[in-house]
Design a protein around this ligand. Sequence first.
Ligand code: ADP
Length: 450
Amino acid sequence: MYKRILVANRGEIALRIIRACRELGVETVAIFSEADRGAQYLQLADEAYCVGSARASDSYLRIDRVISAAEIGNVQAIHPGYGFLAENAHFNEICRSCNIDFIGPPHEAMRLLGDKNSARRVAREAGVPCVPGSPGPISDEGEALRIAHEIGFPVLIKAAAGGGGRGMRVAANDLVLKSALQQAQAEAAAAFGDGTLYLEKYIERPRHIEVQILADHHGNAVHLWERDCSLQRRHQKIIEESPAPNLPQSLREEICNAAVKLVKAAGYTNAGTVEFILDQQGHFYFIEVNARIQVEHPVTELVTGIDLIKMQLRVACGEPLPFKQEEIRTSGAAIECRINAEDPEHDFRPCPGRIEQIFPPGGPGVRFDSHVHPGYLVPPYYDSMIGKLLVHQPTREEAIRTMRRALAELRIQGVKTTVPRQMEILNHAAFVEGRVDTKFIERTWPPSAS
Ligand code: ADP
């Protein structure tokens, strides 16, 4: 095991990684921006270095400064968390050239899967079903129109380098497609520095099912079953659960096995997530790989009893996976609510500000992963997450009851939060019966009406 690693992140995930390291006896070097100076979780690290001013592009995204902190801190490895540099193949490669392990996949696999077009190609070659769409990037309007007619409207325009639900546009006919192409290209170029687009058939009312995988450097790859992340706003998740409700066991196994096939074909190692959408007829399609630990990873930790951050460290330093596929069992049901400083009454717009008071919930079956404390200022520069509220119970019905109880117990004063909307969802018959899709929130609480 490593002696000392650098945590190249902030907030909730930095704290989560530091906690795992403390249990493993691994020393940690933390980094922070000026906006995070004095954050309480930094005190749990063995050392901490300031890497710049508040804006992420001046601090957490500065490869030169992160590497300098790693060199000065004399670490053997860097854990990138999620967001920031986590899926930056260039950073990953630089770590290796500096003789620092990157706790994640090799940069070649990251590059291959980070581009959604090449990821789709790998999936197709591995026999994993993809959403019908363009075989590669679209070069001009004429080609886009031809492909759209081939696969049939509505179509979804996506950015090859996309992430976080940005750069995606639905087009229902020629006219909309032409204007949406230009907008999507400009948006993708601005957001990702790459305006490459591709087309997919737009699947109506799909569910989002994703599979957690782990692969080591000895040729072993396993899945840790699925999470249902259909509850989204603006294509971003807000509630996740495992197991996915109303998913026949044979289909569940088929999806999970497809995920393992894909990561093996890509030469992937460490933890990762293969995302699929499931249409109303029960067909599943690969959409993308997230080559990192995800926000919602604790849902899987609760049902499998496997600590994914510790597994990431063990795999990165060369240990083989300590279990075989058939030894991975799930028990009960887990649900996560992402508690964000956002106003659900106004299209979930971020509401950064000072948390005057916070009373976290507890008791049997409750886990609250959060870096905030009374007086904490949610900075406007990064994501608006306050914490992740998780529950685990023997059945989904009991998990729902515990989540309602925990949401009611959680009191946050000073900023608006997603909690009232999450409580409404937990009480909604469609959720209780396990029949929501990715458009459920938008349909039930239309942004224009709020
Ligand atoms: P990002 O990388 O920006 O998160 P994804 O490809 O993962 O983009 O898609 C995010 C979400 O967008 C999915 O969970 C799903 O809700 C929706 N989505 C993606 N592809 C399609 C599609 N072809 N049809 C319908 N919805 C889709």
